[in-house]
Every structure is written in structure tokens, then in C-alpha cells.
Design a protein around this ligand. Structure first.
Ligand code: SF4
Ligand code: SF4
Length: 476
């Protein structure tokens, strides 16, 4: 066993003495030359505590009891820093609150859906392995949270070579052990031409896979091409042991088929993790037609009706199920909504704080849904030689993202649906032409539906909570 300084703490020189200094808490304690040597030996030599002289051992035990030193399974080497400015370079304050990191490993995509909120195409760039490993180290070293989720995203992330993934995934597991953090790896793929070899690698690395299927009933009318190939890969992945997640985007091409699609999904894919997000006309999909509030509500009502009929035992749509939980646990019990783990579903969502998104070139944005919007570019992974203006810039821009279009939320405080509301997606509102929250009115309509159908929904609520008690962490 080794002992390392607690995360964020370093030895800083102060004349002929030293200080154990923490990036958030400042100076923790002064130590002399001898104590500094003991701290360094404990981090580098296995089992050295038992070999120390009585006096040195006593001093080490005081540091351990005060949690300045914590046990670890691997050796670490420290360098002495001369001043706290140097310390800032070592410790990446940008990542200190992160629980959910979206990594766009490539901007390339081999599908080109008409409504894509990205601007992906085959000419764009990939993330180097070095940058990926560097990013993972910085985030795991810096975040104060013990558990984080990393979503591998794109473009189409499976376009990256098998060898890239072998190294990248090995690195995540090593970093997890080194920094004593638990990492859940998720990957969102379009499931086009994903080799069995790659799927096996993902399975063995414990990756949670999700894909998108919009209309398996009328695939030719869908904004997403090649639905049959996606379904084939989805079933192949399930046969390999994956619990595949499916995201459906409610849009003009499938609103009339929603009930049949629910039955199709349950009959053909079983009890999948399922989300039905509303399409927003942004990015490549800017010219597509937005749904009216009534159309959005009708599609969601059809899903709710399906869930009521099957008492939540078959296909369950996660956004609506979580909303039903809020209806029973917040609204009916008159409680304030809890902050969701990932950071969506709140007026001030986690974008720019608990959630960050990184482009293939290392550019950092508050959320993946703000891609390429230079106004909200927070910084770059490679440019972490932080001076104070850099730090301020990062956090000011993140705040600026949350402060625009505040007028949209004016009615929220007095709104009866606020106990269930997820407030739409801030990035999509900012990027849309109308700057409207197109999910507001459908929320009010669903709220009325929940009140009218309270008794029928209770069974859905009870089944969902009992089956998903430990699985309700956020996913993108
Ligand atoms: S339904 Fe609309 S007005 Fe009501 S809390 Fe949600 S966003 Fe605000
Ligand atoms: S609400 Fe939108 S911008 Fe905020 S974290 Fe969720 S996806 Fe990102």
C-alpha cells in the first residue's frame, strides 16, 4: 500500500519550509524538509509506513488521521511547486464539479440524418488518443466526485478504429484505478456498419450502448435512413448480452405511428431502455418543420396510454416515467423537485458545471448540443496553463449560457406544473430561430392529463420505481 496526498493537494515551497496546499481550501499545514521527504517516500515506496522511525511514523499517522494523506494502490511521484500559480496549472479547476462528460471522439458521421442537431459529415476530424487520455486524466484527477459517466459521442463514435478503442478503454480503467474513481462508460451509436469485433470489445469493457430508431413501422418515410440495418445491429448486440438503449425522436415523420411503434419496440426488442425526445429544428435540421404543442402532446399521450395499458410492465419511456415519478413524489406530496443526477430537467441545467462536452480538437463547451457555437466556447483541454483571466472566462461563459433568454422562465414560479417540469433543453432554445421553449405547453397539457388519470397512472409509477430503484441515473 502507498499513501498519496488528497486530491487537489500539493507540496508548495515556502522559503526553507513547505506547505501542503489545496487548490480549493488553501494551505492545509506547514511541514519541514524531513516531513516532506516522508510524504514523498510514502507515495513512492510500497509499505514504507511500517519501516519509518518512531518519530516519522507518528508524524505520518497525524497526516493520515487528518485525511491529508490517503491510501492508494499505486505509486505516485510528486514535484515541489514554487507558488500557487504553478499549482493552478496542475489542478484543472474547470473539471472540479464534473459528473457527466461528453466526449465527441469524432465529428465524422456515416449516416447524415435530415434533422441532426450536429453539423457532422465525413470530412471532419477525430480525437487523438493522446488528447483522449490526457482529458480522462485531467477530469478524473480534478473532479471532486467519486463516480462519473463518460459518454462517447460524435459524429458517429464507432468510426474510430478498433485499436484506438483498445487503448482508450484500457486507459480509462487504469485512470479509474489510479485516481480511485468509478467511471461508467456510455456510447451513443447510429449502429451502421459496427463490426462484431468492436461490439465484443465494448461488451467486455462494460460499455452501455444506445442507438436511435425513429420509425421501424415506416422506415422509408423516416428522417433517419437505413432503419433496417440499425435494427439488425440492435438485435445482434442484444444477442451478445447488451442491454441496448433506444432513443426515438418524435418528429413529423412518426407522430401518427407512435402507438404502433411502442408495440413494435416491445414485441421486437423487449424491455429496452427507451427515450422519446422531441425534435428541435436546429443544426442540420434547421429547415425541418417544428411540431406544434398539440402534436407533441398527442404523441406523448399515445406513449402514456400504452404505458397505462401495460401497467408499466412492458416498454417504458424514461422521460415520461421520470415525470410521473415527479408527479407522485413532488406534486402530490407537495415537495420541491430533487436535482437530477446528470443535470438536465432543471431550469439551470448542469451544462458548464456538472456536465461538459469536449470536441475532437479538445474545445470544451457547456453541452454537446451547443457544438461549434463559438460564443459558448469555454476553453481547450490543451490550454490549461490557467491564469486568472482564463479561469474567469471559462466560468463567465458558462454563466452567460444560463443567463440568456431569462424571459422564457418568467411564468415558471407561479406555474402549477413546476413540480413536474423538465424545462426543455437550454441549448436547443438558444440555437432555435424562435428562441421558444417548445416543451412548455405540452408540459402543461401532460400535467392536466396526469391529474385526470391519476388512478390509472399509479400502477405505472409503482412498477417503474420498483424496477428501476437503482438505475435512475441520467443518460443523454
Ligand atoms: S410548464 Fe412552462 S411555465 Fe410551467 S414551469 Fe414548465 S417551462 Fe415554466
Ligand atoms: S438541458 Fe440541454 S443544454 Fe442543458 S444539459 Fe441537458 S441537453 Fe445540455
Amino acid at each position: 500500500m502507498y499513501y498519496r496526498l488528497l486530491n487537489g493537494a500539493y507540496v508548495v515551497r515556502n522559503d526553507d519550509k513547505y506547505v501542503i496546499h489545496h487548490v480549493s481550501y488553501g494551505d492545509l499545514c506547514r511541514i519541514d524538509e524531513k516531513a516532506k521527504e516522508v510524504v514523498f517516500r510514502l507515495a513512492q515506496e510500497e509499505g514504507v509506513l511500517e519501516k519509518l522511525s518512531q518519530e516519522d511514523k507518528l508524524m505520518a499517522q497525524v497526516l493520515i488521521e487528518q485525511n491529508f494523506l490517503v491510501s492508494c494502490r499505486r505509486p505516485l511521484s510528486y514535484k515541489i511547486l514554487d507558488n500557487p500559480d504553478e499549482l493552478r496549472k496542475e489542478y484543472i479547476v474547470w473539471f472540479k464539479d464534473v459528473t457527466y462528460l461528453i466526449v465527441k471522439v469524432t465529428n465524422r458521421c456515416n449516416l447524415g440524418c435530415k434533422y441532426c442537431h450536429e453539423n457532422a459529415n465525413m470530412d471532419r476530424e477525430d480525437m487523438t488518443l493522446d488528447l483522449f487520455c490526457n482529458l480522462v486524466n485531467k477530469v478524473l484527477k480534478s473532479t471532486k466526485h467519486n463516480k462519473i459517466s463518460i459518454l462517447l459521442f460524435g459524429g458517429e463514435p464507432t468510426l474510430m478504429p478498433l485499436e484506438w478503442y483498445m487503448e482508450a478503454l484500457k486507459h480509462v480503467r487504469e485512470a479509474e484505478e489510479l485516481f480511485e474513481k468509478k467511471v461508467t462508460i456510455l456510447l451513443q451509436s447510429n449502429f451502421i456498419k459496427v463490426s462484431a469485433e468492436k461490439l465484443r470489445l465494448f461488451r467486455d469493457a462494460g460499455i452501455k450502448l444506445s442507438t436511435s430508431i425513429d420509425n421501424p413501422i415506416n422506415p422509408l418515410s423516416s428522417y433517419r435512413p437505413l432503419a433496417n440495418e440499425v435494427i439488425k445491429t440492435c438485435i445482434a448486440a442484444q444477442n451478445m448480452g447488451f442491454e441496448v438503449g433506444v432513443i426515438l425522436t418524435i418528429n413529423k415523420t412518426n407522430i401518427n405511428d407512435i402507438s404502433s411503434i411502442c408495440h413494435w419496440m416491445a414485441d421486437n426488442l423487449g424491455k429496452i431502455r427507451f427515450k422519446a425526445n422531441v425534435m428541435h429544428p436546429v443544426g442540420s435540421g434547421e429547415t425541418t418543420v417544428a411540431l406544434s404543442s398539440k402534436e407533441i402532446f398527442e404523441a406523448q399521450k399515445n406513449i402514456l396510454t400504452y404505458m397505462i395499458k401495460t401497467e408499466g410492465r412492458e416498454l417504458v419511456e424514461r422521460n415520461l416515467a421520470e415525470e410521473i415519478v415527479r408527479f407522485f413524489e413532488n406534486h402530490l406530496q407537495d415537495k420541491e423537485p430533487k436535482k437530477p443526477a446528470m443535470g438536465c430537467c432543471a431550469k439551470n441545467c448542469g451544462a458548464g458545471k456538472t456536465l461538459l462536452s469536449v470536441e475532437p480538437n479538445g474545445d470544451i463547451y457547456p453541452c454537446a448540443r451547443l457544438s461549434d457555437d463559438i460564443e459558448y466556447l469555454l476553453g481547450n483541454v490543451n490550454n490549461y496553463g490557467l491564469d486568472s483571466s482564463n479561469v474567469n472566462n471559462f466560468f463567465n461563459r458558462a454563466n452567460q449560457f444560463h443567463n440568456v433568454n431569462q424571459e422564457i422562465w418568467q411564468k415558471c414560479q407561479s406555474c402549477s406544473a413546476k413540480t413536474i417540469c423538465s424545462y426543455g433543453c437550454k441549448a436547443f432554445i438558444i440555437r432555435s430561430k424562435t428562441k421558444e421553449n417548445i416543451e412548455c405547453k405540452p408540459t402543461l397539457l401532460r400535467f392536466a392529463f396526469y391529474q385526470e388519470n391519476k388512478d390509472a397512472l399509479r400502477k405505472v409509477y409503482e412498477t417503474y420505481v420498483s424496477q428501476n430503484r437503482n438505475k435512475r441515473e441520467g443518460s443523454f
